[in-house]
Design a protein around this ligand. Structure first.
Ligand code: ACO
Length: 440
């Protein structure tokens, strides 16, 4: 493979040579604003008859995007150029939503209008209340989320025409606004309490806490430190480039499916323990370990390749240094525990000891396995009073803006095509059909 710059067109290309046939093909070399160069292989099959093989997309860019940038080796995460650390410290979730959707932080007037528009979409169609009653009370809230969000297209027909930019924007606002309401309703349904309607005088995070924890018969006081931590958790989970659930949303959308169906597909993908389900799995793992003295034996199981046990909350496909979100959330975790006067949270002590031991262990060091955002988010959410089953739901609430921003970007891109990967067929070759009476 050779790399060449064409000075006349100021473009770069690589030449791939097949040493068997001695045929060559020039493939364009694309440069983004940052990050490694990308070989454009779209003409590869037509010109050479070869496909590429990359299950898990280890070395494949599936799209061009100008929303989020990650440098996994340096531990960098930026949205539209702003670092996640700056956004988590100085911004709020509504600003980050505006940034992801429209590309810029809002001016004061834009912020006021955006917050107003989101706030006035937070109620759900009253008929949707009855939809919940079809679920068992002990259903996992993520199962309810998949069903209810998918069903939104049956309630909001006027925002499913993806060719109409206005309808796309209405669907985007509806999804961002209604997701906390739908999530809180899933929780209330599971504990047999009445649904709590949204309140327009509260911020996005406060309103969510109110719908989750208020009851009609008494006043619910919102703790500002907890609301602040909730807002920061939403910011930290808002978008993360082309992860599994976002790619699922894009793939579903590439066929022209409506936005509610696409986001429901994203929720389904997020639910898996290798992705958003990890925060729930971390807490279950810490509970299973139970005591610091059991850590070495647990790590032995994790390192044993014949045992499927993983250290949940550790490792990341992209971050091979540290997850910048983990550093921010670790700070919030301590602030919330102090505020709630939780002096001794055995699970936090256990988590910190587990992290310390793992970070000194050759197995984890050599594989560049570090705590990810989910390692701490479960502990903080538990302290805030969320049941374990709701952890991934909160992730879905926060990630909705990322999914929808990526969806909008994709639909608006005129070069977008239906996503249709190819395969390496490894099955049986052509063979004659055997009549039933001749088999056996
Ligand atoms: N515990 C133990 N070993 C691990 C872990 C882990 N958590 N993660 C990776 N490894 C090992 C693998 O077994 C592999 O070892 P090997 O080279 O001896 O075969 C090596 O590290 C490389 O791992 P891969 O599986 O190639 O890494 P990949 O990029 O495919 O997986 C993933 C990344 C899915 C996040 C993985 O690390 C994992 O399952 N972690 C636990 C679940 C988790 O915390 N997920 C949350 C991700 S962040 C998020 O969604 C917000």
């Amino acid at each position: 493979m050779t790399e060449t710059r064409d000075t006349e067109s100021d473009s770069e290309y690589v030449t791939l040579t097949d040493s068997v046939s001695n045929k060559s093909v020039d493939l364009p070399l694309l440069s983004g604003t940052e990050g490694p160069k990308v070989i454009d292989i779209r003409r590869l099959y037509a010109e050479t008859g070869y496909f590429t093989f990359d299950p898990g997309y280890m070395a494949t860019g599936s799209c061009a995007s100008n929303i989020t940038y990650i440098d996994g080796d340096k531990g960098i995460l930026r949205h539209r150029g702003y670092s996640i650390e700056d956004l988590a410290e100085h911004s709020d979730f509504m600003e980050v939503c505006h940034l992801l959707l429209f590309g810029e932080l809002p001016t004061p007037a834009q912020k006021e209008k955006f917050e107003h528009d989101i706030t006035y979409h937070t109620m759900v169609h009253e008929q949707l209340n009855f939809f919940y009653r079809g679920f068992r009370r002990d259903a996992h809230p993520m199962a309810i989320m998949c069903g209810v969000v998918g069903a939104l297209s049956a309630f909001y027909h006027d925002s499913t025409d993806i060719t109409d930019p206005h309808q796309r924007m209405v669907a985007s606002y509806r999804l961002i606004a209604k997701m906390p309401t739908i999530a809180a309703m899933a929780y209330k349904f599971s504990i047999g309490q009445p649904f709590i309607y949204p309140r327009n005088d509260l911020s996005y995070a406060e309103n969510f806490l109110h719908m989750m924890f208020a009851v009609p018969c008494e006043t619910y006081e919102i703790n500002p430190v907890v609301a602040d931590a909730m807002d920061r958790i939403f910011i930290l989970h808002a978008d993360h480039e082309q992860n599994a659930s976002t790619s699922t949303v894009r793939l579903a959308a590439s066929s022209g499916a409506n936005p509610f169906a696409c986001i429901a597909a994203g929720i389904a993908s997020l639910w898996g323990p290798a992705h958003g389900g990890a925060n729930e799995a971390v807490l279950k793992m810490l509970t299973e370990i139970g005591h610091k003295k059991n850590i070495p034996a647990y790590l032995d199981r994790v390192k044993d390749k014949s045992d499927a046990t993983m250290l949940m909350g550790f490792g990341h496909r992209v971050y091979k240094n540290y997850d910048p979100r983990a550093a921010v959330i670790q700070k919030s975790c301590h602030a919330v525990l102090n505020e709630l006067d939780i002096k001794d949270e055995p699970l936090l002590d256990l988590a910190m000891e587990l992290e310390r031991i793992a970070l000194e262990d050759e197995y984890f060091v050599s594989r560049k396995l570090f705590p990810n955002v989910d390692f701490y988010s479960g502990i903080i959410l538990k302290a805030m009073g969320f049941p374990i089953g709701m952890f991934t739901v909160l992730f879905a609430v926060a990630r909705t803006v990322g999914w929808i921003a990526q969806w909008n970007e994709m639909i608006a891109d005129e070069s977008q095509k239906i996503g249709r990967p190819r395969q390496l067929y490894t099955g049986v070759g052509k063979r004659p059909y055997v009549p039933l009476e001749e088999r056996g």
